[in-house]
Design a protein around this ligand. Structure first.
Ligand code: 5AD
Length: 352
């Protein structure tokens, strides 16, 4: 590693910012040594903010019915091979109960853009969950909706919203999505969510088709400016029944490198070690934590539907025996020196 790269990592660790050109140099210079130095710096910062604690979120995949046709996604509407399902309100509440009993204090309701989930239905579901588990957090991940809709769901009790920006470069956004979808609308949604008062999560895939270093730099600068409460970053993995079937996947190494940089750009961010990372490598989840992530999101969806929420090929489905899985996850985290904790796990403010 040459002097400049070391200097850039030091600057990033001290000042939590880098110029566009500096980020490009850092990304281009990625090698084992640079990755390890970045990892250690990210680990230090994370340690100062969150100690050795890892937060867990119970992920409930409420529906794989989607009106969108994103080129990368296995549940896109044009995929006629996808077996569609939708959980009932009762099934969702059962997932919450099971999760609660296991110690989960955040429930993430994630799904495709399924018209069945009107504001009215979602509000009554959110109110019921809050009535039963008042001190738990509810995170929604249900795609693009109108501002008034986000407001109603927030007023009903939703605390957080995950909506990956996917890419902060308009031309690249267009390469990944059909013409009906727009970069501007995605960004408007994120701004509306923030203004309403949600804790907001953005994020992007690593190695998505057509992605360049400049695109990644734009993603990082966006994250630095937006300072999201949460940030989902995972490798792109192709799905056989999509237009991107033959595209190669993002790597574990690049994903971890970016996780470390994001931890340094936004020290207090809640950063999950994603399912996609666990899918491309058996030790991916651990590698993500070691690189600076501090959240894991085990699946609470019923085993009957777990495999159907297939955004990409061979998506890890570990929910079969939730209790057993959680126990294993705890042990795996302990083995690398981290501790899974129970609690809402809100973001902490980082003071330099
Ligand atoms: N590979 C990796 N991640 C994907 N996502 C969707 N399809 C894929 C894929 N093929 C991610 C998107 C989306 C999130 C729910 O899952 O970033 O926002």
């Amino acid at each position: 590693m040459n002097q400049t790269v070391e200097g850039l990592i030091e600057k990033l660790a001290q000042e939590h910012t880098l110029e566009t050109g500096e980020l490009a140099i850092l990304l281009k210079a990625r090698d084992k040594q640079a990755a390890e130095l970045l990892r250690q710096s990210a680990d230090n910062v994370r340690q100062r903010v969150y100690g050795r604690q890892i937060y867990i979120r119970g992920l409930i995949e409420v529906s794989n019915i989607c009106k969108n046709d994103c080129y990368y996604c296995g549940i896109r509407k044009s995929n006629g091979y996808c077996q569609r399902y939708r959980l009932t309100e009762e099934e969702i509440l059962t997932c919450c109960q099971e999760g609660y009993d296991l110690g989960f204090r955040t429930f993430v309701l994630q799904g495709g853009e399924d018209g069945y989930f009107t504001d009215q239905r979602l509000c009554s579901l959110i109110e019921e969950i809050k009535k039963r588990y008042a001190h738990c957090a509810i995170t929604l991940s249900l795609g693009e909706r109108r501002r008034e809709s986000y407001q109603r769901l927030f007023d009903a009790g939703a605390d957080r919203y995950l909506l990956r920006h996917e890419t902060a470069t308009k031309a690249h956004y267009q390469r990944l999505h059909p013409p009906e979808m727009s970069y501007e609308n995605r960004m408007d949604c994120l701004m509306a969510l923030r203004e309403i008062g949600y804790q907001v999560g953005c994020g992007f895939m690593v190695g998505s088709p057509g992605q360049t270093i400049d695109h990644l730099v734009a993603d990082l600068k966006f994250i630095e400016a937006f300072q999201p409460d949460m940030c989902g970053i995972g490798p792109f993995i192709s799905h056989r029944d999509t237009p991107f079937a033959c595209q190669k996947a993002g790597t574990l190494e690049m994903t971890c490198y970016l996780l470390s940089i994001v931890r340094l750009l936004a020290p207090g961010v809640l950063l999950p070690s994603t399912t996609a990372l666990g899918t491309i490598d058996p030790k991916g989840r651990e590698q993500g934590i070691l690189a600076g992530a501090n959240v894991v999101m085990p699946n609470l969806s019923p085993s009957s539907v777990g495999k159907k929420y297939e955004l990409y090929d061979n998506k890890l489905y570990t929910g079969q025996e939730s209790a057993q899985h959680l126990e294993e996850l705890k042990q795996r985290m302990e083995a690398i020196g981290y501790e899974i904790v129970t609690g809402r796990g809100d973001a902490k403010t980082y003071r330099i």
